[in-house]
Design a protein around this ligand. Structure first.
Ligand SMILES: Cc1ncc(COP(=O)(O)O)c(C=O)c1O
Length: 395
């Protein structure tokens, strides 16, 4: 039976649900793009962005998706032939590394254990072995949206520093910024990459990069620089037009301003705690559903399951059909599996503008779809998640 009337709910790991308050401010007629309110708003956004990554470094914002932000980070810091170490833990570090290769870098991939996280000791060992300091940059992802892994960036950074290696440390936080604790300066990260469409609650279209002094110094000698992404032009203090290398993404700037206001009102630490609580609820549900031949977590170690997205292996259950039943019959969009996990997993996004009706509605709907498919299930995930939320509501 089709029960897909009412408002569709998206619980994919991005793009996430956009708050009505953010959507509302995008409904704005075209202003003067050279002076006045738009420029003031844009300047305030650039001023406030460093706090989101907890850095005193510089923020750059381009009209792009996450892939564009990746490219901005690489082209501004690397030179042709540079050796780049890619810390694989799922699909996305690999994708970033492939982009670096196409741009002319030499790529070396250090694989995480299967269904696991980047191993800081393995990173330290590899860097210690590089006595000639051939490696110029290290790429890692904080949360991989395909595998659902959370990498301990503070520990990886400690391992890099313990090795005494000078390579730039670049971290993709596209699926974690505004969801999961992140402290760029305290953790010694040189370049952070983000996107507007997940934890930041803004439609896709703004690529974000934060760079510290070490990254800005690397920029001076980088020979991969291209006109569109170039940080020197985008640092222009007077010509605001140049900060976007052309016409500004007007409605997105208003959206980002409002999203940053909402983040400030709730507080980043409170946001991280809320994401952890909802992730605990999702994990309680998956734990309860787990059954022989049925569902199970992709990431084996509970300490490395991310607080913004969960990847669930489906065993004998047809993952694609599960996603179809949820969407076509019940009005809920969940994430299909990606890469190697395309046919054997689904993903639940729990990022951004979320409350209990959204999380519990998502989990109960998935459970109903599993029931409709006569899927093997250990127990009620919705009930387990409800207990987590109930405990939180007591405090
Ligand atoms: C961790 C991560 N990195 C990079 C990307 C690529 O971003 P985009 O699809 O906006 O280009 C994504 C998208 O889901 C992602 O989750």
């Amino acid at each position: 039976m089709k029960l897909n009337r009412g408002r569709m709910l998206t619980s994919m790991p991005g793009p996430s649900v956009i708050p009505d308050r953010v959507l509302g401010v995008m409904h704005t007629a075209m202003p003067n793009i050279y002076e006045g309110a738009l420029i003031d708003t844009s300047v305030s956004v650039f001023d406030d962005l460093p706090a989101i990554a907890k850095t005193g470094g510089q923020a750059f914002m381009a009209i792009s998706n996450g892939h564009g932000a990746w490219e901005m980070a690489l082209t501004n810091t690397l030179s042709r032939g540079d050796h780049v170490l890619v810390l694989e833990s799922g699909r996305f570090a690999i994708g970033w590394g492939e982009q670096a290769k196409m741009l002319g870098a030499q790529i070396e991939v250090l694989n995480a254990p299967q269904r696991g996280a980047v191993d800081p000791q393995a990173v330290e060992d590899r860097l210690r072995a590089d006595t000639g300091h051939e490696i110029k940059a290290i790429l890692a992802v904080q949360v991989d949206t395909a595998s659902g892994v959370w990498n301990d960036i503070a520990e990886v950074s400690r391992a890099i520093r313990a090795s005494g290696h000078p390579a730039l440390f670049m971290v993709d936080c596209i699926a974690s910024i505004g969801c999961v604790e992140y402290r760029m300066d305290d953790w010694g990260v040189d370049v952070t990459v983000g996107g507007s469409q997940k934890g930041l609650m803004v439609p896709p279209g703004l690529g974000l990069v934060w760079a510290n002094d070490k990254a800005m110094a690397a920029h001076k000698t980088s020979d991969l620089r291209t006109p569109y992404w170039d940080w020197t032009a985008r640092s222009s203090p007077d010509a605001h037009y140049l900060r976007y290398c052309g016409t500004a993404p007007i409605q997105h700037i208003y959206a980002m301003r409002t999203a940053l206001d909402m983040i400030a009102e709730e507080g980043l630490e409170a946001i991280w705690a809320r994401h952890k609580l909802f992730a605990d609820a999702v994990r309680a549900a998956v734990e309860a559903w787990t059954a022989p031949d049925g569902l199970e977590f992709n990431i084996v170690d509970p300490a490395h399951r991310s607080d913004s997205t969960t990847t669930v292996l489906t065993g004998v259950i047809d993952a694609e059909r599960l996603c179809r039943v949820c969407e076509d019959n019940a009005g809920l969009t969940i994430g299909v599996g990606l890469g190697d996990l395309a046919e054997s997993s689904f993903r639940i996004g729990h990022m951004g503008h979320l409350n209990p009706p959204m999380v519990l509605g998502t989990l109960a709907t998935i459970e109903a779809a599993l029931g409709a498919m006569d899927a093997p299930m250990g127990g009620s995930g919705a009930a387990a998640a409800t207990r987590i939320i109930a405990d939180a509501l007591k405090t």
